[in-house]
Design a protein around this ligand. Structure first.
Ligand SMILES: Cc1cc2nc3c(=O)[nH]c(=O)nc-3n(C[C@H](O)[C@H](O)[C@H](O)COP(=O)(O)OP(=O)(O)OC[C@H]3O[C@@H](n4cnc5c(N)ncnc54)[C@H](O)[C@@H]3O)c2cc1C
Length: 380
């Protein structure tokens, strides 16, 4: 079966590797000339690591990133609301979250494609037509023919627009900034992530390399102007001036021109992800707000499940896509909805108090059970 994937982000690349491993012939089309890593760093949780392990890439990802022993939600002064034991945030196999620079993750995935998976850049999807047996895909530089077409072209997917024109994005009314500081964290911060909550503000960070700290900052509002890099950095320094001084140090150590600004949004639930022999995956199908750090992890899970389903129903992609949706829907809906609620409550005066009470009151065995389920690859 000839499979074409539109989009060379984390989902597209992992899906190509998974399909190849299952013996399919696959090629990727990416519209950009070079891959632009969205943002700065990324946290890969144990569910993603299990798939990367299956792809033979886990050890390399661990070598190129930093394993996080704990992930803490804290007050403005970086005091955790609850100290959680290390084993609570691991999966049954002892996998921990790995924090890694996005550019490093993408280049190791591209390198893994090798010469056996064609990867065309500067060749974006435009439209497609399904005939009885084939799909004709119009690209910005010519045409492609395939048996199955997968859309991994992200939250603003053009393929999705063609399949499901009524799909809409939902703004969380929150602005997010991300960057990488060139500095070493004090010893006690070297293998943990922290997310500090202040009044209407959140600041999260973790190391992603020996002298690299990935951070994100979130504030309410969707109408913030795009400032010049130095002005933006000063604005962030001012906003977080009442937080623990380490946060100002992290901002100070970040090159201003590399700070990204984006509006937080997700995709309203779609009734279907496929139409005949075409299916959308990753952010194109179920973009989520980043509050659970699960968006890319879910795209990586898609890679595993779609390869299994297409392997099982090689002669009948429609059945494969139906199975895929049955296996993935419940978990994806849970992630998108929980992440949305979490983000809303964290910026609401009473909601935040409720969340902090819930964090403090949840017994570790219960939290552990919830995380085991999230980190497992068994369909929900
Ligand atoms: C602030 C923030 C923090 C986050 N942190 C985390 C985290 O810690 N952990 C986590 O798991 N997730 C995180 N996420 C979510 C994660 O970034 C996304 O879920 C993930 O990048 C989605 O990958 P994707 O490959 O599906 O889409 P994308 O990364 O958007 O990739 C889509 C690709 O398709 C290409 N493309 C677009 N249109 C076309 C076209 N017409 N033709 C061909 N190619 C096309 C694009 O150029 C791009 O390369 C975060 C998101 C945000 C906003």
């Amino acid at each position: 079966m000839e499979i074409a994937i539109v989009g060379g982000g984390i989902t597209g690349l992992c899906t190509a590797l998974a399909l190849k491993k299952e013996g399919h012939s696959v090629q990727i089309f990416e519209k950009e000339e070079t891959l632009k890593p969205v943002g700065a760093g990324i946290w890969l949780q144990p569910n993603a690591l299990r798939v990367l392990d299956w792809l033979g890439l886990k050890e390399e990802v661990k070598r190129k990133g930093i394993e996080l022993r704990r992930m803490e939600i804290t007050d403005m002064m970086l005091r955790p609301y609850k100290a959680i034991k290390e084993k609570v945030v691991q999966d049954e196999e002892g996998n921990q979250t790995v924090a890694i620079h996005r550019a490093r993750l993408q280049s190791l995935l591209v390198a893994a494609l090798g010469s056996s998976i064609p990867f065309q850049t500067s060749n974006g999807y435009v439209s497609h037509k399904q005939t009885n047996s084939k799909i004709l895909v119009k690209m910005s530089r010519g045409e492609a023919v395939c048996d199955v077409l997968l859309g991994a072209d992200g939250i603003h997917s053009s393929l999705r627009r063609n399949l499901f024109p009524k799909a809409t994005l939902r703004s969380a009314n929150q602005m997010c900034w991300r960057g990488v500081a060139e500095m070493e964290l004090p010893t006690e911060y070297q293998s943990i992530s922290k997310e500090a909550w202040g009044k209407n503000l959140r600041f999260g960070f973790s190391p992603i390399g020996p002298k690299e700290v990935y951070w994100f900052a979130v504030a309410c509002g969707s109408q913030m102007p795009r400032l010049e890099p130095d002005l933006l950095k000063s604005m962030l320094l001012q906003k977080f001036s009442l937080f623990n001084p380490l946060i100002s140090k992290i901002l100070e150590a970040s090159p201003a021109h590399k700070i990204h600004q984006s509006l937080l949004q997700d995709l309203k639930r779609l009734p279907k992800w496929h139409s005949e022999r075409v299916c959308i995956i990753g952010d194109a199908a179920h973009a989520t707000t980043p509050n659970m750090g699960q968006g890319a992890c879910q795209g990586i899970e898609d890679a595993y499940f779609i390869s299994q389903c297409l392997g099982l129903h090689e002669k009948n992609p429609l059945e494969a896509f139906q199975d895929f949706e049955n296996m993935r829907r419940k978990k994806v809906d849970y992630v998108v909805n929980t992440s949305w609620r979490f983000g809303k409550l964290a910026h609401h005066r009473l909601g935040k108090k409720m969340l902090i009470c819930a964090i403090k009151a949840t017994p570790e065995p219960l939290l552990s059970k919830q995380l085991y389920k999230l980190y497992s690859l068994k369909p929900w």
